[in-house]
Design a protein around this ligand. Structure first.
Ligand code: NAP
Length: 278
């Protein structure tokens, strides 16, 4: 009898997720049998839901807000990148009943960057210092980025996260600035929004960067990356594109993190799945 690969996304909320559609496409391409369901899971239900799915023979789960950090702690083994980032978005249920934790967000981000941006960018600006910023910084280590300007809001949470982010990659030069007091930066190569500002459910007209900040950027090759994929074009991306800059939203990152997770669960080679980035 052929294997059945039942998979799930645990988080709260999960109703809006595009992951079931993406994994359905992987099942179609590979002819593997299985399914991917979204299971609304509040914090106190996480360990129990993971246990039930393991007992039911599921091959693994994705974790989303607010479970990426807790999920890491529930695993028996973790990859070095998941440990470094301090969060897991993928748990693999192994045959010996142990759980392996991986973070594929950083891979999704890294492999979604255009190759010229990866090779030619040295100075990056990162907006926000939360979980996804950690995955982004981990990924940037694999590029030629040597300097990061981190923009955060004036909260103790952001300040603490910024210090932890600096410690993540001590060989990258970091400077931290408050959104309330932005420096004049003219020579950035890559600007990445990891805050939720502009996403569906927030004020869609809002951008984390004021328009006048963009007017000072002299590098016409500066690349704008918004981790948000809904809406597909945030105000941050729209204002950048209006000024002739290139950029992308978070869909390719989402697609690729899903692809790497699917390959971990099924043993399929990454190269054998068609890359269908938009
Ligand atoms: P998170 O851990 O909550 O981090 C969000 C960061 O943004 C924190 O530093 C937070 O600051 C800051 N922030 C929130 N609201 C802000 C505001 N109004 N002004 C300034 N800073 C603000 O969230 P996350 O998991 O990193 O996710 C962030 C975004 O990335 C979400 O839109 C999510 O959908 C997207 N994302 C996309 C992908 C993908 O595959 N494309 C993957 C992961 C995440 P405080 O610490 O002060 O609260």
């Amino acid at each position: 009898m052929s294997e059945i690969y039942n998979l799930a996304l645990l988080g709260y909320p999960v109703g809006h997720s595009l992951s079931p559609q993406i994994h359905q496409e992987f099942f179609r391409q590979t002819n593997l049998k299985g399914g991917y369901l979204c299971l609304k899971t509040e914090s106190e239900q996480l360990a129990q839901n993971i246990h039930y799915l393991q007992e039911l023979g599921f091959k693994g789960v994705n974790l989303t807000i607010p479970h990426k950090e807790t999920g890491l702690k529930l695993a028996h083994k973790t990859s070095s990148m998941a440990s470094l980032i301090g969060a897991a978005n993928t748990l693999v249920f192994q045959a010996d009943k142990t759980i392996y934790a991986e973070n594929t967000d950083w891979l999704g981000f890294l492999h979604s960057l255009p190759s010229d941006v990866k090779q030619n960018s040295q100075k990056a600006i990162i907006l926000g210092a939360g979980g996804s910023a950690r995955a982004v910084v981990a990924a940037l280590q694999e590029t030629n980025i040597s300097q990061i300007e981190l923009f955060i809001r004036n909260s103790s949470s952001s300040q603490n996260k910024a210090q932890a982010l600096k410690a993540l990659r001590p060989n990258i030069k970091f400077q931290v600035h408050l959104f309330d007091n932005l420096p004049l930066i003219t020579d950035s190569d890559l600007i990445i929004n990891t805050t939720p500002i502009g996403m569906s459910g927030f004020d869609l007209d809002e951008s984390p960067l004021p328009e006048k900040f963009l007017d000072h950027i002299k590098n016409s090759n500066c690349y704008f990356y918004d981790l948000i994929y809904n809406p597909s074009e945030t105000t941050f991306l729209k204002t950048a594109k209006q000024r002739g800059f290139r950029g992308q939203n978070g869909y390719n990152m989402l697609y690729l993190q899903a692809l790497y997770a699917f390959c971990l669960w099924t043993g399929i080679e990454v190269e054998s799945l068609k890359l269908k980035c938009s």
